[in-house]
Design a binder for this molecule. Sequence first.
Ligand SMILES: [Zn+2]
Length: 271
Amino acid sequence: MTGRQTRPRSAQHLRTVPADPIQRPGTPEQAWQAWAGLRGLPAVDPLACLPARRDRRPRVLVVAAHPDDEVLGFGGTLAVLAASGVRLRLVSVTAGEASHPHSRASVAHNLAAVRIRELREALARLGAADVQSVALGVPDGRVTQSEQELSGRLAGLLGDCDLCVAPYSHDLHPDHEAAGRAALAAGATRGVAVWEYPVWAWHWAVPDDGRLPWHRAARLPLPFAAQDRKRAALACFRSQIEPLGDRPGDAAILPPAELAHFRRDFEVIWR
Ligand SMILES: [Zn+2]
């Protein structure tokens, strides 16, 4: 998902309380699980939200700011849609090359290629190897600067789609927010509904957090097969879930405590 890593996430750095909520220690998954409100969100069947057409299969455009956002926030549902014959078009806005700006490890020099490869592997494990993938090549960390152009590109890609799924436009990560806003604007232009999936919000928000729009949240339950596929897919993002080396700038972006938010038996979207 690419951290905001303005500074390395070193133990020394964590002694002070950073202003950036993403840099602060996050909400443990146990706290989310203990909140009845999360499981009490209305359950939605994604397939029932797509038009039943005789002339063609439904089409869904899924937007990610970084290669792994879509799997973290929506991967289980991607597996469900793929298994049901829904045609999927996946947009990687950036290649996620800036996830470890302070790393000197050799893999950090090749992160764009590594992360795109990891995503391909993850999609295969989701049963979605034949999705149409579109890489826009916007520089990682600079999506805000390209937001207007991005919105135009997404509107073009959305032309024949029935639904758009994008990062939450208030996720507190600038790339996620810009990608989310661009998708909302494109959806409005095309008259296509946009679902937003949170990623970093599970880290910085707390149960029943008044900053999140719970009134328009929905829970997407995942069948066992989709849960298994998602877990297998998440394991593909080795550059994010394992340290790149042993220096502070090499730290994993998604250590087990972060990953726990994405191993639930359901996903949540705002609609
Ligand atoms: Zn991301």
